[in-house]
Design a protein around this ligand. Structure first.
Ligand SMILES: [Ca+2]
Ligand SMILES: [Ca+2]
Length: 103
């Protein structure tokens, strides 16, 4: 029974983490892909602030265009802030070690 409850809890945690940090357009707010929305993502966004689809190097900036409107601005920052503190991914190998140590 303990194993079943643990498995269900971990499955729910993974499902929630998979959904977190994603906007309705499918873009991830986790700009540095470290699994949490924090100051490093905000710093990343600021580094690309003001870039637009007219910029010659737009391909280097467009990942920070969270709402896909062709410019990095306050709307993107707002999207990031709405997800502040979310944990977007859990290390599955770590979870596997935890599970095997308990079971
Ligand atoms: Ca991050
Ligand atoms: Ca934008």
């Amino acid at each position: 029974m303990k194993q079943l409850i643990l498995t269900i809890l971990i499955t729910l945690m993974l499902a929630q983490a998979t959904q977190a940090c994603l906007l309705q357009n499918g873009k991830s707010v986790d700009l540095n892909n470290d699994g949490i929305i924090d100051i490093t993502d905000a710093s990343n966004l600021i580094l690309h602030w003001g870039a637009s689809s007219l910029s010659v190097d737009w391909n280097n900036h467009k990942f920070a265009d969270l709402n896909n409107d062709g410019i990095i601005d306050i709307t993107d920052a707002s999207n990031l802030i709405l997800h502040w503190g979310e944990v977007c991914s859990l290390d599955r190998r770590f979870l596997a070690r935890v599970i095997s140590s308990i079971i």
